[in-house]
Design a protein around this ligand. Structure first.
Ligand SMILES: CC(C)(COP(=O)(O)OP(=O)(O)OC[C@H]1O[C@@H](n2cnc3c(N)ncnc32)[C@H](O)[C@@H]1OP(=O)(O)O)[C@@H](O)C(=O)NCCC(=O)NCCS
Length: 247
């Protein structure tokens, strides 16, 4: 199945591309947050009332900007897919918080997921199949990864990571593994779970992305596809999509 990568530049080109989203395609969009507050002008007006209220509750400017920018671009892309006005879209939330569209014809419903980190936004779009996306900045604002590794990875993955000969390779492996696991968990909608080591992924830099092991209760790995996202140097990113069609 083709997966296509796009950068948000000229909005007209972006919206035409999103409108042409095929049933056998996954589109991945990357956009950089505007550097100045002025670049955000007009975006809040695209949001629903509950989203505007949520935006007001963010204390940190950066988190608020990430949220508003993400929801505004998401609405623009989905509205182009459905040929409706962005503000007319309505979202519902699955039990663990995954947003989905409320739409009278679920089988036509574009599926989506978004992720933001370090001033970048990523959105995945597909029709009728589950998608999950995760990007992480590995820059100065990134979490201190070493103490997290034992919580996130299985003994096998931890062994693979610590066997890498240089700190920068271990760091890259950590964020590669993290984003691959989280993209899968966002595709299923589970979000953060306790038993993260029940999921195993490849993480050695240069190794093809793969879901090696999933919890016994989950659909088997062959029913999912995983891809790395071409990212700027100090970022990692992955997208996961289902091969089964969901309604
Ligand atoms: C919400 C969560 C799914 C991801 O959070 P995150 O990595 O901090 O944030 P991201 O930017 O990648 O994703 C957030 C977006 O995912 C979507 N989302 C929220 N809950 C979701 C869920 N259960 N499943 C899929 N997508 C979800 C939302 O669109 C949200 O953004 P918005 O509220 O601005 O629209 C959650 O699992 C979490 O809090 N994770 C913490 C990170 C962690 O410890 N990960 C372990 C690594 S293996």
């Amino acid at each position: 199945m083709p997966i296509t990568y796009h950068e948000w530049g000229d909005p007209n080109v972006a919206l035409r591309t999103a409108a042409a989203l095929g049933s056998d395609e996954v589109q991945v969009w990357l956009a950089r947050l505007p550097a100045a507050e002025a670049g955000m002008a007009g975006l809040t007006g695209l949001l629903g009332r509950d989203e505007r209220e949520r935006a007001e509750r963010y204390r940190a400017d950066e988190a608020r900007q990430h949220f508003v920018f993400g929801r505004a671009l998401l609405r623009l892309l989905l509205a182009a897919c459905l040929n409706v006005e962005p503000a007319a879209l309505e979202f519902a939330y699955q039990p663990h918080g995954k947003p989905i569209l409320v739409f009278p014809h679920p089988e036509e419903n574009p599926r989506f997921n978004l992720s933001h980190s370090g001033g970048l936004l990523a959105i995945a779009l597909a029709r009728g199949r589950d998608v999950g996306i995760d990007i992480e900045s590995m820059g100065a604002e990134a979490p201190d990864w070493l103490p997290l590794a034992a919580r996130v990875f299985s003994p096998r993955e931890l062994g693979e990571l610590t066997a890498l000969p240089a700190p920068h390779l271990q760091r890259r492996a950590f964020f590669t593994g993290w984003t691959r696991k989280e993209a899968y968990l966002k595709a299923t909608g589970e979000g953060l779970i306790d038993a993260l080591e029940a999921i195993e992924v490849t993480l050695t830099p240069g190794q093809a992305p793969a879901l090696l092991k999933l919890p016994a209760s989950a659909r088997p790995p062959r029913e999912w596809s995983i891809r790395d996202i071409p990212m700027p140097p100090d970022f990692a990113g992955a997208v996961v999509y289902s091969s089964f069609i969901t309604t």
